[in-house]
Design a protein around this ligand. Structure first.
Ligand code: PLP
Length: 446
């Protein structure tokens, strides 16, 4: 049985279909009330489903899987070529300079941590408190770091960073291209200019920006950019740091081990330069290939298509949410923003609302402080917020379902009773199979 979804809360305007096909679109998920609903994934900012082109590329490459780099066999050489080509594709996607280096990492967190450890001794880092923990704690742990308060909007935050940079005491300015809480986009070219004028370099956390916008590392004067495959429509486990090689070549290797060395004698080790230096151990070839394919598919979109798609969905989200009584949208109208919208619902814990959306409507959103606790607190989200985020696989029907489900929550209330179960809000009666048995039913238990 398929449980029908609610009709849209209010007219949704233009019908916006998904921009690109993603795997898992149309997946039916069980509801706690019985029956199923098509999963509405509005949690793309956390992890986005893989593009079908990525899945096809992975399926094509997997049968040819062999050792990489050190193998003489033909398929080893195929794998090595695929891995090295992936580097070039990622470099091309972000518009890297010819002599930039692409280091494959596990994620954006991994990439920023690597870069933070490469800051020359004594170099001071400037960052604002609006950042995701990945672009805050890595620096604070590894380098001398100054954290300035973010402003009331991206413009004010930018102005504060520029003013602080002007002191000339910074080696690095670290900023997110787009916020994972408000979706606000920062003016990277302007910040790069300000950083360079003050003798600093700029490192960009591209985790939220690159799934939505093209970036031009060389043209904008960005020194490094970090990215994650799983936010860019490739699977988990691959990421990259792209940018200038001098500090990376001078830094301690990120991991010590095979592949990162030129020669290991009894008394001394000669470390490699370039990406090898920081990629010890067997690399994630399939992850790199998947990431490169995602880049190629996004790069092939007509100019402006991504922006137009998400602007329409963001507009639908913000209009619909602000029309709901008592709902507060955080920074609803920034000058420039990607499809990430955070809001609160009056009088109810955000995690109860998130549990309701999943249990009764098959809708996935994020709740909490989004790994940006300092920013969330300064936005008045001490108890957390709800975040809806769109991607290329999102259509206006998904947003309409969210709005209709929230309207029902605010008017008639949830159908089920909710309470804290093992520290998380959950329906107290739940017809769904345990998530751990969804794909692997226990024999005899359906
Ligand atoms: N930076 C931003 C802005 C993010 O939103 C995230 C993840 O949510 C990260 C960094 C960390 O990405 P990852 O978990 O892939 O390392």
């Amino acid at each position: 049985m398929t449980t029908s979804t609610l009709s849209p809360a209010r007219p949704t305007g233009r019908d916006v279909p998904p921009l690109l096909p993603v795997v898992g679109a149309g997946t039916a998920v069980p509801l706690a009330t019985g029956g199923t609903a098509t999963y509405a994934n509005l949690d793309n900012a956390a992890s986005a489903p893989a593009l079908t082109t990525v899945a096809a590329r992975v399926a094509q490459v997997l049968p040819h899987y062999a050792s990489v780099h050190r193998g003489a066999g033909y398929l080893s050489r195929v794998c090595t070529a695929l891995f090295e080509r992936a580097r070039e594709q990622v470099a091309g996607f972000v518009g890297a300079r010819p002599d930039d280096v692409v280091v494959f990492t596990r994620s954006t967190t991994d990439a920023l941590d690597l870069l933070a450890r490469a800051v020359p001794a004594g170099g001071r880092v400037l960052v604002a408190d609006v950042e995701h923990h990945a672009n805050l704690l890595s620096w604070e742990r590894s380098a001398r770091t100054t954290v300035v308060r973010g402003g009331a909007d991206a413009e004010e935050t930018t102005a504060r960073l520029e003013a602080e940079l002007a002191s000339g005491r910074y080696a690095v300015l670290a900023v997110a291209g787009a916020s994972n809480v408000t979706g606000e986009v920062l003016p990277l070219r302007r910040l790069a200019r300000a950083a360079h004028a003050a003798g600093a370099r700029i490192a960009v956390d591209g985790a939220q920006l690159l799934p939505h916008r093209r970036v031009d590392v060389a043209g904008d004067g960005i020194d490094w950019i970090a990215l994650s495959g799983h936010k860019l429509y490739a699977p988990f486990g691959s990421g990259a740091l792209v940018g200038r090689r001098d500090w990376l070549d001078a830094a301690e290797p990120y991991l010590a081990g095979g592949g990162a060395t030129l020669d290991v004698g009894h008394d001394a080790v000669r470390w490699a330069a370039g990406p090898d230096r920081h990629e010890a151990g067997s690399p994630n070839v399939v992850g790199a290939v998947a990431l490169a394919q995602a880049c190629a598919t996004l790069a092939a979109l007509p100019a402006g298509a991504l922006e137009a798609h998400e602007a329409a969905l963001r507009d639908q989200l913000v209009r619909g949410l602000t029309a709901l009584e008592g709902v507060r949208v955080v920074r609803p109208h920034p000058a420039d923003a990607v499809g990430v919208v955070t809001f609160t619902v009056p009088g109810r814990p955000v995690s109860e609302v998130a549990a309701y959306l999943s249990a009764e409507h098959g809708i996935g959103v994020r709740d909490g402080r989004f790994c940006a606790h300092r920013f969330a607190d300064s936005l008045g989200l001490v108890e957390g917020g709800l975040r809806a985020s769109t991607g290329v696989g999102t259509g206006s029907a998904d947003v309409a379902r969210l709005l209709a489900a929230l309207e029902r929550f605010l008017t008639t209330g949830p159908e089920l009773e909710y309470g804290l179960v093992e520290g998380r809000w959950a329906p107290l009666t739940d017809a769904r199979p345990a998530p751990g048995t969804f794909l692997d039913p226990i024999p005899g238990r359906g």
